[in-house]
Write a protein that binds this ligand. Structure first.
Ligand code: HEC
Ligand code: HEC
Length: 196
């Protein structure tokens, strides 16, 4: 709890208008070229299985996740190493850069499966995913864009929330996926990955 309070304080500090003005997407682009795009994609669209795209993610979401990685709350070994000791300014500039990129599907997105797409669509409405993630699933503030994200990453994230293996800043997502089977999750992931 104490750690989460610290994270909340850090995120609030990072989100003040003064620091928003200091955000420098050009400086972020230079940092990203050195240490992020090899994995997350030149244009922020990941071409690598299991690595998420970052293009068009809300800057606050990227900032928050980098702080969760830096503080070791969200445990993903490569990212914990990259975020270790990273100054707030670097995190904010990287977030501004990736947020500024045009979102879209990865080049290797698989073709639409009409039955799976329809099953995902039917499941997602009653779960109110769009209430938080916004109607077009583009995300806002600390809630991520999930439209056109890599399908296998979406599915794995939902399973990790369901099983309590992925920690966020709060437990909203753990509640959102309660009771979904792996097949339900596969359908939802396919539906979301097909969005633009
Ligand atoms: C060696 C490959 C690699 C490099 C380099 C890398 N990342 Fe990552 N990143 C990953 C993986 C893998 C994940 C997925 C974590 C998971 O399993 O949930 C990830 C996740 C993330 C996430 C969370 C996104 C989401 O949708 O949940 C952010 C933000 C992020 N990385 C930012 C960065 C930044 C900024 C850099 C450069 C400083 C960077 N990454 C460098 C592999 C990498
Ligand atoms: C009450 C608000 C809320 C609802 C409803 C909700 N989400 Fe989320 N979702 C969030 C938040 C907040 C996060 C980021 C949590 C974190 O820090 O890990 C998130 C994260 C995610 C992620 C991880 C994406 C990434 O890039 O790391 C996926 C996938 C996701 N949600 C899918 C869904 C789906 C599908 C539904 C409906 C079944 C849903 N969400 C409903 C708030 C919500």
């Amino acid at each position: 709890m104490r750690l989460l309070a610290l994270v909340a304080a850090a995120v609030l500090a990072a989100a003040t208008p003064e620091s928003a003005l200091a955000q420098d997407a050009r400086r972020g682009a230079e940092l990203a070229a050195q240490s992020c795009v090899a994995c997350h994609g030149e244009n922020g669209r990941s071409q690598t299985e299991d690595i998420p795209s970052l293009a068009g993610q809300p800057a606050d979401f990227i900032t928050l996740q980098m702080i969760l990685f830096r503080e070791g709350i969200r445990q993903v070994p490569p990212m914990n190493d990259f975020a270790a000791n990273m100054p707030d300014r670097d995190i904010e500039d990287l977030a501004a850069f990736f947020a500024s990129l045009r979102p879209g599907p990865p080049e290797d997105r698989r073709a639409r499966d009409a039955a799976l797409f329809a099953a995902g669509q039917a499941l997602i409405g009653p779960r109110n995913c769009g209430v938080c993630h916004v109607a077009d699933f583009g995300g806002r503030a600390q809630i991520p864009r999930i439209a056109a994200q890599r399908e296998e990453f979406l599915a794995r994230s939902m399973i990790e929330y369901r099983e309590g293996r992925r920690a966020g800043a709060d437990t909203q997502m753990n509640g959102a996926v309660v009771g979904l089977s792996n097949a339900d999750i596969a359908a939802i992931a396919h539906y979301l990955a097909q969005q633009d």
